[in-house]
Design a protein around this ligand. Structure first.
Ligand code: ZN
Length: 557
C-alpha cells in the first residue's frame, strides 16, 4: 500500500528550541578536536574528457607517492575488469570504444603504493541515449573539499523516451533548500535541449543525454531554526542524505523516472557506518517505480562516514536488531554514552514487543552547532548539540515503529483531524517515559515544561485547539499532545487498577497495524483502548483529543 502520503513533518521540533535556549550543548565541555592526519596519494580528478555514441574518453590526474595506477570498468551488477595499468604518469587519457549503447558503465581508478590502495574514484555514465520506460539519472558525487564543506557533482540524465523533465533545488520532505550551488555548467548530446539554471529550475526537453556539472556546499549557512544544520561534510565526518546535496527531479515529474544511480567518491580510508551504504561498491540504485509519497524520504539514503580512528563504535543485538552506535571521539567521555543509548533502544523495543529490521545505526558527531542528517529508516546522525542521552535519539527511533516505512503503523484520518497527535504527541510522551528510566534525576521534565507552556500561553486563548486538529501550530500536537497522552495513560491505569497502560495500547496498535498492515484512525484506537480496559473512552477522546477541555495535571503544577 503506497497511497499514504506523508503530509507533515515528523521531526521533534521542540529539540531545536530547547537546544537554542540552552546554548546548544548542555553539559559538554569543549574537547580537543580529533582530526585525521593523513597524507596519502590522491586522485585530483577523474572524469569525462569526450563523449560520443559508443565511445567514452576519460581523463585523470593524480598526486603524491604511488607506484601503480589501475583503470577498471564494469557494468551495473557485474564485476570490475582491469582495462589498463599505468606506472610513471601523473595524468592521462583513456579511450574506451565499441561500447554497448544500451548499457551504463562504471569506471574505477585506483592508485597504489606497495600494493596498498591510496585512493579510489569511480565514475559512471551512458555511452549513448538508452531506450527505457523512463528517464535514467546518474550522479557522480565527488567529496573533494572537506575543509570548505564543498563537493562536486556530475549528473548524467538520459531522457530518451521521456519527454521534458524538470530539475529543481526545491526541498523534499523537510530538507529546506540545503543545496547551495556555487557554480555549474552543462552540455547536451544527441538532441537533448536544456534551459534554465539551478536557482530557478532546469528544463530538459527533447530526447538525448544531458550532462550537468555543479559544485555545491553542505554548509552551515543553510542552518535552519527547525533542524539546525542539515547535513555537513567536514574533514572529520560526512553526515547527509541525498536530498541535501543533489539537484533532483521535480516531484511532479517523478513518474517519468525509471532509475537513479548515485556513485559516491570518498576517501577509501574513511569508514562508512550507514548500513545501506556499501563501501565496497558505492552505487545506490533507487527504483522510483516503488516510491510514492515523499520522494527520497525515509529511504535508504543517509551517508555517515568518518576517517579511521576518529570514532568509537559499539554494537549490541537488541530484540534481533543489530544496533551500532558510533560516537565522535571529540566528544568528552564518548564511550560512557553507549550503555544508555542501547538501553533507550531496548526500552522502545519493549513497548512494541520486537525490534525493527536487521540493522540500526546511530552516529553522533562533535560540532559546535546542531547538525542533523535527515530522517531515515536505517540510521540517524546528529551532533551532540541536541544532547546525546536525550530526545533526538529516542524520538527518531520511536518513529521507526510509528512513522516510517517499511515498519510503520499507517494512520489515516478524515479531515479535519490529523494523525500528528498519535505520531508526535505519543512519541513525545514516550520520550519522557524512556528518559525517566535512563537519566538520573529526570522525571517528566519535558512534559512539565510543555504543560506549563500550555497553561500559561495556550489554555483559554484563541491558540488552544484540539490536539487532533489538522491545522495549527506544532505545539498543539507535539507538546500539548504529549500532555494528553500523559492523562490518557493515567486514565487507562485508573480504569484498570494499573493492569493496562499506554504501553499495552501502543503494543496492540502495533500488533494489529504494524509493518504497514492496513490503516487505522482515532476511532480504531478508541476501540483498542475500550477492549483492553473494559471501559468506554469515547468521552475522553471527545473531550481531550477532538475537543479542548482543560488538561489538569496537579503533579506538574
Ligand atoms: Zn517526530
Amino acid at each position: 500500500m503506497k497511497i499514504f502520503f506523508k503530509s507533515f513533518i515528523l521531526v521533534p521540533f521542540f529539540l531545536i528550541l530547547i537546544a537554542i535556549t540552552t546554548g546548544c550543548i548542555p553539559g559538554i565541555t569543549t574537547p580537543d578536536i580529533i582530526s585525521p592526519s593523513i597524507s596519502k596519494a590522491s586522485i585530483i580528478s577523474f572524469g569525462i574528457n569526450s563523449f560520443e555514441e559508443g565511445k567514452i574518453e576519460l581523463k585523470w590526474e593524480v598526486d603524491g607517492d604511488y607506484d601503480e595506477i589501475l583503470l577498471s570498468r564494469k557494468e551495473i551488477d557485474e564485476s570490475y575488469v582491469v582495462l589498463e595499468r599505468f606506472e610513471d604518469t601523473s595524468q592521462g587519457i583513456y579511450s574506451d570504444i565499441n561500447l554497448d549503447t544500451e548499457k551504463i558503465y562504471i569506471y574505477k581508478l585506483e592508485i597504489k603504493l606497495n600494493g596498498v590502495i591510496q585512493d579510489i574514484k569511480k565514475y559512471s555514465l551512458f555511452s549513448s541515449p538508452i531506450n527505457s520506460n523512463g528517464a535514467i539519472v546518474i550522479y557522480n558525487i565527488a567529496l573533494n573539499d572537506s575543509d570548505n564543506h564543498q563537493f562536486e557533482v556530475e549528473m548524467w540524465v538520459n531522457t530518451k523516451g521521456t519527454g521534458s523533465l524538470n530539475l529543481k533545488t526545491e526541498s523534499y520532505c523537510h530538507h529546506e533548500n540545503t543545496l547551495k550551488i556555487i557554480n555549474w555548467d552543462s552540455e547536451v548530446y544527441n538532441g537533448a535541449f536544456l534551459s534554465g539554471n539551478p536557482d530557478i529550475g532546469i528544463n530538459i526537453s527533447a530526447e538525448g543525454i544531458s550532462l550537468i556539472r555543479y559544485k555545491a556546499e553542505l554548509p552551515p549557512i543553510s542552518s535552519t531554526d527547525i533542524h539546525g544544520i542539515l547535513g555537513l561534510f567536514t574533514d572529520r565526518f560526512f553526515i547527509a542524505a541525498g536530498t541535501q546535496h543533489l539537484l533532483l527531479i521535480d516531484e511532479s515529474d517523478k513518474e517519468k523516472i525509471s532509475k537513479i544511480y548515485k556513485i559516491y567518491n570518498t576517501n577509501p580510508y574513511w569508514n562508512v557506518l550507514s548500513p545501506e551504504y556499501s563501501h565496497e561498491d558505492k552505487v545506490f540504485i533507487i527504483d522510483f517505480s516503488d516510491i510514492d509519497g515523499n520522494y527520497f524520504a525515509y529511504q535508504e539514503d543517509t551517508v555517515l562516514s568518518y576517517p579511521e580512528g576518529t570514532f568509537y563504535t559499539e554494537n549490541d543485538n537488541i530484540y534481533g536488531t543489530e544496533v551500532t552506535i558510533a560516537l565522535d571521539k571529540s566528544i568528552s567521555g564518548y564511550s560512557g554514552y553507549t550503555g544508555k543509548l542501547f538501553k533507550i533502544f531496548e526500552n522502545i523495543c519493549s513497548i512494541f514487543g520486537e525490534g525493527v529490521g536487521e540493522r540500526y545505526c546511530t552516529f553522533v558527531v562533535y560540532y559546535n552547532n546542531c547538525v542533523y542528517s535527515s530522517e531515515n529508516t536505517y540510521s540517524q546522525g546528529f551532533s551532540q548539540g541536541f544532547g546525546i542521552i536525550d530526545e533526538m535519539y529516542a524520538h527518531q527511533i520511536f518513529h521507526r515503529w510509528n512513522g516510517w516505512e517499511p515498519y510503520e503503523t499507517i494512520m489515516v484520518t478524515p479531515s479535519p483531524w490529523h494523525r500528528g497527535f498519535y505520531s508526535e504527541g505519543w512519541n513525545n510522551y514516550f520520550i519522557d517515559w524512556n528518559l525517566n528510566q535512563v537519566k538520573p534525576g529526570f522525571s517528566w521534565d519535558y512534559l512539565k515544561k510543555f504543560y506549563n507552556t500550555y497553561k500559561s500561553e495556550y489554555y483559554g486563548t484563541i491558540k488552544d485547539i484540539p490536539v487532533a486538529n489538522e491545522v495549527g501550530d506544532i505545539f498543539i500536537y507535539y507538546r500539548k499532545g504529549a500532555c494528553v497522552a500523559y492523562i490518557l495513560n493515567k486514565e487507562i491505569e485508573n480504569q484498570t487498577g494499573g493492569e493496562v497502560s499506554l504501553v499495552e495500547v501502543q503494543r496492540e496498535i502495533w500488533n494489529r497495524y504494524g509493518h504497514m498492515m492496513g490503516t487505522f484512525n482515532y476511532n480504531d484506537i478508541v476501540d483498542i483502548i475500550n477492549e483492553l480496559t473494559g471501559s468506554d473512552f469515547s468521552e475522553f477522546f471527545n473531550n481531550y483529543v477532538f475537543g479542548k477541555k482543560e488538561i489538569i495535571i496537579p503533579k506538574f503544577e
